[in-house]
Design a protein around this ligand. Structure first.
Ligand code: ZN
Length: 174
């Protein structure tokens, strides 16, 4: 399959009137914020996007995207590959009135100064929001055997590494 690049920005109204579909990739190098949030982005993102108008003549941007990133396991500290798949449905934000009226099933996306939607930013935001809060191997893949872990108690060495934030505040006040 030929790799088509997803356009960086699109006029959503025009794209919706034409019922445009995009199927392609976003290159790793364009995901600067995502790269900072993880232990490396492993490959280009595969992205499908559709522009349409709903029965209320609202512009709807729906799609899905997937990517593979490296994450550090919070149990064994090794980096592992994490596949992330996101699905989304947006409608462009057009002032406060629209926000109240916009159907709940849509997320709102801001338009830039030219009235266009930044597709790279939209997809990147989805990936960042979808990252696990605590990254961890599946138990079977993790080099730390959970049978050896003490549940309900934090190992002492971790407690020592992390000073109580209130103690830090106290020392600042002195
Ligand atoms: Zn692990």
């Amino acid at each position: 399959m030929q790799k088509v690049k997803i356009p960086r920005t699109v006029d959503p109204t025009r794209a919706a009137q034409k019922r445009l579909d995009f199927d392609g990739i976003i290159q790793v190098s364009l995901f600067k914020r995502l790269t900072e949030s993880v232990e490396g982005v492993k490959r280009d993102a595969q992205v499908s996007l559709s522009f349409d108008l709903d029965e209320q003549r609202l512009v709807v941007i729906s799609g899905k995207a997937n990517i593979e990133v490296g994450l550090e396991c919070q149990r064994c500290n090794e980096v592992f590959a994490h596949e992330s798949e996101v699905h989304f449905t947006y409608t462009p934000y057009r002032g406060e009135k629209t926000e109240e009226e916009a159907p709940e099933e849509y997320d709102l996306v801001d338009l830039n100064e030219y009235g266009e939607v930044d597709l790279i930013q939209l997809v990147e935001d989805e990936f960042i929001l979808n990252l696990p809060q605590i990254a961890m191997h599946d138990e079977a893949d993790c080099s730390v055997d959970s049978d050896n872990m003490v549940f309900g108690e934090i190992p002492e060495e971790i407690v020592e590494e992390k000073p109580n934030p209130f103690d830090v505040l106290k020392s600042l006040k002195k």
